[in-house]
Ligand binder design. Structure first.
Ligand code: ADP
Ligand code: MG
Length: 310
């Protein structure tokens, strides 16, 4: 099939695509871990046009730790750190993809990783309530860097930032053109760099955007057919981590919305994934699947994960 005839697949990769639980997260480990999801994506690129998005929690956490341990160079705002991780993770995915494609005998396949801005609204109620913990964990409030709101989490004290909803992806036209030409596009790392519009200019803000919600927005804006959210569990469970735990194979958007309202999914982890899947299908997408990194190909074939449809 030629580029424009192939359906479009968006794969949102979770943090475990780069760093597995219990690992330190050396660059060698990150490159090694990437092979599993990227090899599957390389194979899928023969039948699908591909967009890859990714989270950046541990990577931006390390940059924050680095800058908070050093008083010689000026501190960088969060949006610059997000931009740095877009370059770093884009490079790692792109180079792994390139070698996996070559292993498959595909020598000419255009790839691009794109710095991505995502518009948020100054009116978003999230701006009055920072909720998302980021960066290093401190044993006491005193040890945490000054000048930022800090909360006590289960692991210790952490800086918190606001997490507004994505309104639109600034580069959606460019991404659409690139995938029409059958480029594999890596973008929206960490939900994109959050910006607000000021008349015709854009201005970065100290916030983070959920990568699954940003991916759903992008998927709608560029007309994605299948949206796969790949993480470290096989799918969506009811009564997660209890004796009555039950993984679900299929959900329609009505029952998924009801389960969200009943509080089955944890804030900041599974809830935004189910919300993103519902949003995508509600906006006209054909099928969303929440699955594990191991089962990306099976999920695309309809053989794994939790499928969310109309
Ligand atoms: P990612 O980096 O892929 O975004 P997250 O940690 O944010 O990963 O989300 C995946 C996690 O969601 C799983 O590891 C699991 O512990 C958690 N989770 C919370 N509620 C549920 C649920 N109902 N079903 C399955 N997983 C759940
Ligand atoms: Mg997450």
């Amino acid at each position: 099939m030629d580029g424009p005839d192939k359906p479009i697949l968006l794969v949102a990769l979770g943090g475990n695509a780069l760093i597995r639980k219990g690992e330190k997260g050396t660059v060698t480990q990150q490159f090694k871990n990437l092979v599993l999801p990227i090899r599957q994506i390389a194979r899928l690129s023969q039948d699908y046009r591909i967009i890859i998005t990714h989270g950046n929690g541990p990577q931006v956490g390390n940059l924050l730790l680095q800058q908070e341990s050093c008083s010689v160079v000026p501190r960088l705002p969060l949006e610059i750190l997000v931009a740095q991780t877009q370059g770093q993770i884009g490079y790692m995915i792109e180079s792994t993809l390139d070698s996996q494609l070559m292993d498959l005998g595909v020598h000419i396949k255009p790839l691009v990783s794109l710095i991505t801005y995502v518009v948020v609204s100054e009116e978003d109620p999230a701006f009055s309530r920072p909720t998302k913990p980021i960066g290093p964990i401190y044993a006491s409030k005193k040890q945490a860097p000054s000048g930022y709101p800090v909360v006590k989490t289960a692991k210790g004290f952490r800086r918190v930032v606001v997490s507004p909803k994505p309104v639109t992806i600034i580069e959606k036209r460019e991404i659409k053109k690139l995938i029409t030409a059958d480029f594999i596009v890596i973008c929206c790392v960490r939900g994109g760099i959050p910006v607000v519009r000021e008349e015709r200019a854009i201005q970065g803000v100290d916030a983070v955007i959920d990568k699954d919600l940003a991916s759903a927005k992008l998927a709608h804006e560029v007309g994605v057919d299948i949206f796969v959210i790949a993480t470290d569990v096989v799918g969506v469970a009811l009564n997660y981590r209890t004796k009555e735990e039950k993984f679900l194979r299929r959900l329609n958007i009505g029952s998924a919305a009801q389960l969200i309202a009943e509080g089955h999914f944890a804030d900041g982890s599974m809830r935004p994934k189910v919300e993103a899947a519902v949003q995508f299908v509600h906006d006209g997408g054909k099928r969303a699947v929440i699955t594990s990194i191991e089962a990306i190909e099976s999920a695309v074939e309809g053989q794994a994960g939790t499928e969310i449809t109309l």
